[in-house]
Design a binder for this molecule. Structure first.
Ligand SMILES: Nc1ncnc2c1ncn2[C@@H]1O[C@H](COP(=O)(O)OP(=O)(O)OP(=O)(O)O)[C@@H](O)[C@H]1O
Ligand SMILES: CC(=O)C(=O)O
Ligand SMILES: [K+]
Ligand SMILES: [Mg+2]
Length: 570
């Protein structure tokens, strides 16, 4: 391999490669003037249909050579944002939205995409597979028809202890002092009054009279007063709303009781069916609930590799149990990313320990170069109200300040009254905190250990570390990375440089998955092994779309040729 560090030749060497009649043709067709366009939506709808169709067909192979060679694909909203605000102020923190009844329609999904949703999450705890398939189909149609690259994340149910579905009711109110029956019996007809079905067979044997039974980590609390075979009678001590499939934990003398339920499989038989569904539907990420060890991640990854032809589904470990914190490093090492699932985590460890756990998980992910999502209750009050609490804004700010890759909406977007407003809050707070960070020149103090297994990987890592440092010191406008697998792009993202990272990749699925990583602006582009050709082509295409201009300073790296190139756009 060659290791080269050089600056680009003088501009004149590049210019002759540029204006081909074809490019001129394209530029006139594609160019539009975002500053005169009032909304992002309009900017996105002005894209040429040919470009959008090529997104559908996938990478090079299915396309005619001319269409393929002349096209570059970038998210419509990002494109408009880049043009309106310039490189520096594009958002670096990525946004994940849980899709539910409030957001499952095509127009609602489009509104989220326009608002900056990078990943749509479907939660297999709720809804039917048909319902989820419709959502996936709509996201895909949105990408094809409107020029987005929204990725889909499927989140498994897991087999921790939870309640049944309340016999069809959307919620039930438990009042102070009421006695409710929690039962492991299978009821074939309707549920008797004040009865809750529990999914864990050992439940009635494992609980003891006097235990505290917490619904959703304490949203409703009961005390166990009597055991009668499969039925456990409990008195409500903290009243509240019971929601279908709410999580249940039981506590004895101030600590979580784990008895035999610690042996529950992380991936249940229902989860495996959901995973097959996710593979068949070609989701981009599978998030595994209640991960306890690295073993289950490795197992799932080999299953996916054997099942899915391209094996291009990333596995995200949800950190939401005591065991996942104990085995954190090995779990993250085995995974393609992690989620700080604060909802259940806060039901398993004391709440005051959650912030430190979040900080640790974000840091370990960063060091191991895995994307990390901070999730749950970021803007919980916005399920009901159009503005967040000051405390929620501070919480979002902290996650951005920690430089996590992504923030996630749960109930706020799934069933809240203000999904778009909640997304806007995430977007504006991210932008503000990121700008503050740059203005303060708060360069990272975090030590990034060497992670490359081979010498070649170590070289890639050093190149990215150096390129990111140069980008900061030289105040360049953008980093360009040409990457087939996305690995070099993630190594640059890990450095959290001041400028955005334009990541060029050949396949739509890699492009969608890069959408989860901090600071990456993924483009789909076919490119060759010859960097000079690639750069000329990229400059031409980006200039034709007014995304860059002559004089912009760019640093380029690639995983074909291990080099760093510094140049002004000719
Ligand atoms: N597909 C869906 N259909 C109906 N309601 C949904 C759906 N997805 C989410 N919801 C509602 O939105 C709420 C929040 O969703 P979310 O997926 O974050 O979490 P959850 O049920 O609390 O569990 P998890 O721990 O898996 O995140 C749910 O409690 C549920 O009421
Ligand atoms: C997201 C999730 O699963 C949790 O917070 O529990
Ligand atoms: K889940
Ligand atoms: Mg959870």
């Amino acid at each position: 391999m060659s290791l080269r560090l050089f600056t680009a030749p003088p501009l004149s060497r590049f210019t002759h490669l540029f204006p081909t009649p074809h490019h001129h043709h394209q530029s006139s067709k594609l160019s539009f003037h975002p500053r005169t366009q009032p909304t992002l939506l309009r900017a996105s709808s002005s894209r040429s249909p040919e470009l959008l169709i090529s997104d559908n067909n996938g990478a090079g192979p299915g396309l005619s050579a001319s269409a393929d060679l002349s096209s570059i694909e970038v998210d419509a909203v990002t494109e408009a944002e880049l043009k309106e605000n310039g490189f520096r102020s594009t958002r670096r923190t990525k946004l994940v939205c849980t899709i539910g009844p409030a957001t499952c329609g095509f127009e609602q999904l489009e509104a989220l995409a326009v608002g900056g949703m990078n990943v749509a999450r479907i939660n297999m705890c709720h809804g039917t597979r048909e319902w989820h398939k419709d959502v996936i189909d709509r996201v895909r149609r949105l990408n094809i028809e409107k020029g987005f690259a929204v990725a889909v994340m499927m989140d498994t149910e897991g087999s921790e202890i939870h309640m049944g579905d309340l016999g069809g009711a959307s919620s039930a109110k438990a009042e102070d002092g009421e006695v409710w029956t929690f039962s492991v019996r299978a009821f074939d007809s309707t549920l008797p009054e004040r009865t809750i079905n529990v999914n864990y067979e050992g439940f009635a044997e494992d609980v003891k009279v006097g235990d505290d039974l917490l619904v959703d980590g304490g949203m409703v609390r009961f005390e166990v007063i009597e055991k009668l075979g499969p039925d456990v009678k409990c008195r409500c001590t903290d009243p509240g709303l019971l929601l279908p499939r709410a999580n249940l934990t039981f506590w004895r003398n101030g600590s979580l009781v784990r008895e035999r339920n610690a042996m529950l499989p992380t991936i249940s038989s229902k989860d495996w069916l959901d995973i097959d569904f996710g593979i068949a539907e070609g989701v981009d990420f599978i998030a595994i609930s209640f991960v306890k060890s690295a073993e289950v991640i490795n197992h799932l990854k080999s299953y996916i590799a054997a099942r899915s032809r391209d094996s291009d589904i990333s596995v995200i470990a949800k950190i939401e149990s005591i065991d996942s914190l104990k085995n954190l490093e090995e779990i993250i090492q085995a995974s393609d990313g992690a989620m700080v699932a604060r909802g259940d985590l806060g039901a398993q460890i004391p709440l005051e320990q959650v912030p430190a756990a979040q900080q640790r998980i974000v840091q370990v992910c960063r060091q191991m170069n895995k994307p990390v999502i901070v999730a749950s209750q970021l803007l919980e009050s916005m399920i009901e109200y159009p503005t967040p609490t000051r405390a929620e804004v501070a919480d979002v700010s902290e996650a951005v300040r920690q430089r996590s890759d992504a923030l996630m909406l749960s109930g706020e977007s799934a069933m809240g009254q203000f999904p778009d407003k909640a997304l806007t809050v995430l977007r504006t707070v991210s932008l503000r905190i990121e700008r503050w960070w740059r203005e303060q020149k708060r360069y990272e103090a975090m030590v990034l250990p060497s992670i490359g297994a081979s010498f070649s990987e170590k070289i890639s890592e050093e190149i990215c570390n150096s390129a990111a440092k140069m980008a900061n010191n030289l105040e360049v406008d953008a980093l360009f990375v040409y990457t087939k697998t996305g690995h070099m792009a993630s190594l640059l993202s890990r450095c959290r440089p001041d400028c955005p990272i334009f990541a060029f990749t050949t396949t739509p699925s890699v492009r969608r998955r890069l959408n989860l990583q901090w600071g990456l602006i993924p483009f789909r582009l076919s490119f060759s092994d010859d960097m000079e050709t690639n750069l000329n082509k990229t400059f031409a295409l980006l200039k034709a779309r007014n995304l860059i201009k002559s004089g912009d300073l760019v640093i380029a790296v690639s995983d074909m040729l291990q080099s760093i190139q510094v140049m002004n756009v000719p």
